[in-house]
Design a protein around this ligand. Sequence first.
Ligand SMILES: *[C@@H]1O[C@H](CO)[C@@H](O)[C@H](O)[C@H]1NC(C)=O
Ligand SMILES: *[C@@H]1O[C@H](CO)[C@@H](O)[C@H](O)[C@H]1NC(C)=O
Ligand SMILES: *[C@@H]1O[C@H](CO)[C@@H](O)[C@H](O)[C@H]1NC(C)=O
Ligand SMILES: *[C@@H]1O[C@H](CO)[C@@H](O)[C@H](O)[C@H]1NC(C)=O
Length: 571
Amino acid sequence: MVLLAAGLVLATLVKLAAATPTRRDAMVIHERRAQPAKGFVNAGPADSSTQLQFRVALVPNNIAGLESELYAVSDPSSSRYGQHLTPDQVAEYVKPDAASLAAVTSWLQANNIASKSISAAGDVLQIQIPVSQANTLFDTQFSTYTHSAINGTSIRTLQYSLPSDVAPHVAYVHPTTSFVTHWPSPEVKPMPTQNGKRYIDPSCADISVPTCAIAEYGIPTTPATQANNVLAVSGFGNEFVNDQDIKTFLTQYRPQQANQTFGTLFFDGGSNTQLSNEGAIETTLEIEYTLGVVTGAPVTYISVGFLQNDGIGGYLDEINGLIAADSRPTVMTTSDGWDEDQLSLAVSQGLCNAYMQLGAMGVSILWESGNGGVGAGEGEFCTEFVPASPSTCPWVTSVGGSQQILENFTPDTFSEIAADFSTGGFSNYFPVPAYQQEVVSKYIASLNGTYAGLYNTTGRGFPDVAAESVNYIYYVDDGDTGLVSGTDFATPVFASVIAMLNDELLTAGKSPMGFLNPWLYSPAGSAALNDITVGSNPGCNTNGFSAGVSWDPVTGLGSPNYAAMKAALGL
Ligand SMILES: *[C@@H]1O[C@H](CO)[C@@H](O)[C@H](O)[C@H]1NC(C)=O
Ligand SMILES: *[C@@H]1O[C@H](CO)[C@@H](O)[C@H](O)[C@H]1NC(C)=O
Ligand SMILES: *[C@@H]1O[C@H](CO)[C@@H](O)[C@H](O)[C@H]1NC(C)=O
Ligand SMILES: *[C@@H]1O[C@H](CO)[C@@H](O)[C@H](O)[C@H]1NC(C)=O
């Protein structure tokens, strides 16, 4: 009798399902957040006819396998160190199972939705549907959100659902529950004047020009020789870098590089229009402090435009574009970020997995840690420390800020201390990775419980390293010049160090460094950095973390020492 009843129920369900293509009876919540990210205001239901573009990311078939491979080729103690994977080898781990692809595509087809694959491994599909259909398909209600720092609106929801037989195959649907603002560009200050004239302090104690970074870290000025060792600078929002501005800057501050030009690569309709007076200060400065700090190594500006619809300003599009490209840079530096909880956990993991793919292919990926101390984008206005993304992704190298100062009573001695704005802390999304477990535990133990409850004791710690970040001279728009500070400029300098080391590695017939962290945290790697032990990163109305011996969440393991790093690499 029990069996009979069950059979009847099943028959009824099958009939219902056939009559109800959206299968609302079998929907399960896939992602949910209690409230929008800080500062976003719900301005009411989204207009039902507005077209939305979504990324439907399928679960990769073996991401744990790719993680093992990444360590195998990036850990200097591994026999396969430096044997980076080909794009095809990476795609084998990332592509979805046939069953996942079938489940998702048949669900979309049943709803008359066309999809196209937009990633090399076929793990990300793009669909476009109106708000009305999205509300039904995902059993939700999309709303329009505004934010004082964003021009325009974001259409988002606080939760969405998927049919229970589709959900296990989907990593995330985006943009849905992620709300992103980007950090503001650092403030610019006028050039200091003496006797009414602009002056440059040649000591490098007050002002940074490329030759200061070269001297501070011992970066060689013998020209690099490897044409395929590209150092890429990413810029977003279709920012322009003017060739003549760069030439003028280099002629004045790094004459040896005066004839060097940068290449360009465009995604999402990006461009690099050479109109005068339209150069972007921040991106221009990042080219000035890569092309001006390396000697002879190729630098490429990756400009990402506004045609992105990935809900994160083009970051997902850029990374998937590079994974699918014919060739890739060996180092990439990006100066931007967001507070970790703005992106959902699943989207953060998806973006981080994409960085893992590039790392496995031998690309070093560097991101600034941010300029808000332990408060990241919230500075003082926070009650808990704010982790910064994508620095908390274990597969990127996060660069914090330091500052060179003259020792008080010995005018000829410089020392390097933490910059007080250098963001650092611990992830709420990513657990501490193996390569830093020991030093992070040691640091947390040294706190004796200070700040308990304000940060996550099991999360990935960041930044990994640091570099000079105070009072960089910029030159833009045919004569606009001034000073600016930020980890934004530490990151290109650190990337330039890696580019010059890669040139020497390639010349010696070795592989480029690739994913840096297992090497940086190895005994040889960490001993080759200048440990920074003075300073702290105040924020959230606290004094922040203190720099100390070995790793700390202000300056990481420390700043580069080129000669020591070169020796540690066996060069
Ligand atoms: C916002 O958009 C308006 C109109 O498109 C434009 O004039 C303004 O410069 C934009 N502001 C920012 C900060 O992008
Ligand atoms: C740059 O090019 C000009 C013109 O060809 C030349 O006079 C100058 O020596 C070059 N500078 C360097 C550093 O190579
Ligand atoms: C702390 O981090 C871990 C990951 O290491 C995470 O699982 C946990 O949810 C985090 N705790 C909070 C309160 O966010
Ligand atoms: C933690 O305790 C040790 C030993 O008493 C002390 O040396 C250290 O300064 C303390 N650290 C903090 C952050 O209070």
